[in-house]
Design a protein around this ligand. Structure first.
Ligand code: ADP
Ligand code: CO
Length: 338
């Protein structure tokens, strides 16, 4: 789950290199997760993938990049005499089955969870070990961060080949046990503009995006990491909300504009500010990724009260929404099944 939108577009679409660094927090627990199962057999005729029970096109370039790269690493490990899967296994085709237990393509980072889980599981099946975040990045940029638990930064890097554009854990999942995340599902529908094509248009047309990556993100990134280290919720909250707002300002500055927030999202934003103003401190923060669904950060002691307030203003039966309640932040988004 992004604390801070990873948005920023990509300086290189081929390698999936971002134009600014970013930070996210990885959720664990059963409430929001991707479960990926990979089977490998001599009897399979071709590689295939099913997403949420429906067969998808295996030839999507990003999926192919991940498969190709894991197989290359497996072969290399084999030829370096480091073990791993046997040669016969390497030539076998795979069947991949992946299920998200939360809305797919609705701004809740299914691509990050999905590709992180896929790369990790494929690597296990093929006996590949070591740093895999660069492979996950080939599937979906934000997936590189989701390979680690806790607070994770994706350092943009400087190199043309992207070798220094890597994910790095800022603090482990045990760092801030009182932190809670509430996901308010405003709409489970697929977003009208996918993240990849949205970002490409923004990079081409938004001048605010350039200002953001040159002048805003580098300082904000430092402040944010510092707030996380110090567990300073008020500072963390303000930076998170400002960054979410700037991301959506860039969506508006994109031509033609992209609207990810809807009226309910904007009501939630107002509600959070009123709530914080009432207490004269930032007790709750929102962030919205590329979709209308709100991710709320707060501390354990405020969860019950804030949820009462949300339910008062957005009774589930009238807005059709659902609430995913009180997720502790901990080790990993991923569940692996071999
Ligand atoms: P989101 O906001 O959910 O990340 P994106 O537009 O970034 O939305 O990505 C959605 C796409 O990610 C899907 O159309 C699909 O191609 C891919 N994806 C989502 N979940 C998985 C999964 N579990 N395994 C593989 N790919 C997935
Ligand atoms: Co995504």
């Amino acid at each position: 789950m992004n604390i801070w939108s990873w948005f920023g577009g990509k300086r290189d679409e081929e390698c999936i290199l971002p134009i600014n660094s970013s930070l996210s927090v990885t959720l664990h627990q059963d409430q929001l997760k991707t479960t990926t199962t990979v089977a490998c057999s001599r009897s399979f005729q071709e590689d295939r993938i099913w997403l949420n029970g429906k067969e998808e096109d295996i030839n999507q370039p990003r999926l192919q990049s991940c498969l190709r790269e894991i197989r290359r690493l497996a072969r290399k490990r084999r030829s370096d005499g480091e073990g791993g899967v046997d040669l016969a296994g390497l030539s076998h085709k795979v069947h991949i089955c992946s299920v998200n237990n939360f809305p797919t393509a609705a701004g809740l980072a299914s691509s990050a969870a999905g590709y992180a889980c896929l790369v990790y599981t494929l690597a296990r099946v093929m006996g590949v070990e070591g740093e895999l975040s660069a492979v996950a990045r080939q599937g979906s940029g934000s997936a590189c961060r989701s390979m680690y638990g806790g607070f994770v930064q994706w350092i943009m890097g400087q190199r043309e080949d992207g070798k220094d554009s890597v994910a790095q854990q800022v603090e482990p999942e045990t760092h801030w046990p009182e932190l809670r995340i509430l996901v308010l599902v405003v709409s489970a529908e697929r977003k009208p503009v996918g993240s990849t094509s949205g970002m490409q248009t923004s990079v081409e047309t938004s001048s605010l995006l350039k200002h953001r990556s040159d002048s805003v993100v580098p300082a904000r990134m430092k402040e944010m990491i510092d707030a996380v280290h110090r567990k300073d919720f008020a500072a963390f909250a303000e930076l998170t909300m400002k960054d979410s707002n700037q991301f959506h300002a860039i969506c508006l500055d994109t031509y033609p504009p992209i609207f990810y927030l809807n009226d309910v999202s904007r009501h939630i934003i107002n509600l959070v500010h009123h709530y914080n103003q009432h207490y004269r401190e930032a007790r709750v923060a929102y962030t919205f990724d590329a979709g209308p669904n709100a991710v709320i950060y707060t501390l354990q002691q405020h969860v019950d009260e804030f949820l009462q307030v949300v339910k008062h203003f957005f009774p589930p039966e009238t807005n059709g929404g659902q609430f995913v309640k009180g997720l502790p932040v901990a080790s990993t988004t991923l569940t692996e099944e071999l």
